[in-house]
Design a protein around this ligand. Sequence first.
Ligand code: ZN
Length: 484
Amino acid sequence: MARDERSVTPQSEDFSAWYNDVVFRAELVDRGPVRGSMVIRPYGYRIWELLQADLDGRIKATGHHNAYFPLLIPQSYMEREAEHIEGFAPEFFTVTHAGGKELEEPLVVRPTSETIIGEMMAKWISSHRDLPLLLNQWANVLRWEMRPRMFLRTSEFLWQEGHTAHATAAEAIAETMLALGFYQDAAVQIAALATVAGEKTPGERFAGAERTFTIEAMMRDGRALQAGTSHFMGTNFATAFGITYTSESGTAALCHTSSWGMSTRMIGAVIMTHGDDKGLVLPPAIAPYQVVIVPIGRGEEAAAVQAAATELAAALRRAGIRTHVDDRPQVSPGFKFNDWEMRGVPIRLELGPRDLAAGAALMSMRLSYGEGDAGKQSVPLSAAADLLPAELTAFQVMLTKRAVDFRDDHTAVVDSWPEFAAGVATGWVLALTCGEQACEDEIKAETTATPRCIPLEGEPEQGPCVRCGKPSAYGKRLIFARAY
Ligand SMILES: [Zn+2]
């Protein structure tokens, strides 16, 4: 079959070229005029809105409130926490002029908002009665990227950042884990990703955090993608910004803070977890169109088929299904089939004169896995609105299983260096390591793999470092992988 201009480089030929083809040809994004910037097109933005709505519900249901803080942050704020400035300074965009004049103090375009929110927390918290303070912000942030990739690494991206303050360390850690749970649940239940939740090693922590937790998802090329992180800051930012409270006994104490974020990177994770040679595959929970109807009919038959398609779409929408009728007159049905397949729509319904006469439509699923049937199936028009919700649920469940099976098939428990090197070439490895930075640097130099996390689940284990033979650290096996 000739490859038309809408098709993509097969994933199995060149994963990286496939990814680029998918993001542009599926009309998720376009390049912005400034290097590393990304225009999110309506089809891509709708995916974000659906993910955002789910996550926002989880955040609000647990007592957090949305607020909005300024984009511009005085540079002196960023400098108050030593590790924070050291980590983020290389990525700053800085405003030095305004109104045609040089500013007295440069302003940093927020790369993250711990500092400006910390300043406000110090102002708003005075007594133990003000705690916990549970804030969330939906915003854009800017971080200069040397090697941009759409959704994965762009100089500007969208995210939410939760920021909370608590009386005790235990409460702040519980909050950190609660947020990690939002991410794990959204990633698995909505995006159908195969993730592992764990803690970052010291070298991979957020700049200024005491502890950083992550969910890592496996992509279809065997790499890991950090899909959400949650940080326990201890009293680092409370010290830097004077976030204190008066306890019941009247003594002044520092707050313990947390912060946590999930971003538009998640869309990249969805693309690389579910996509195949034909293009995008979208989980129904975040698919802009869950069902696309393609009416097929020429001449006198066209009007009747079109009317039936419109009626079917209305019935599906009443059943809560996001439905689109592709009635573009200038392109062939075959082109439409390929187009929506490439754009990842879970279910396609064909409706031709013969189908209409039989009172049915032909249903095709975007892909099948395991015991699923790849063939077309006839669905009675009168029953479609009752049957399709279950088909969409089954498709979502199938994608989750396919992702989990892939992750498990590409994760190896390794005890020798050759096994380690071979394992990270195609997937993840679970290995014991000494935890020394020099050893991790050597591992990275030789394989490009990095420690992704110390999984929360996982049995206690000790033994020699897979690389250098020294006694293992962390009391568990770590996940190592090449990562986005
Ligand atoms: Zn070692």
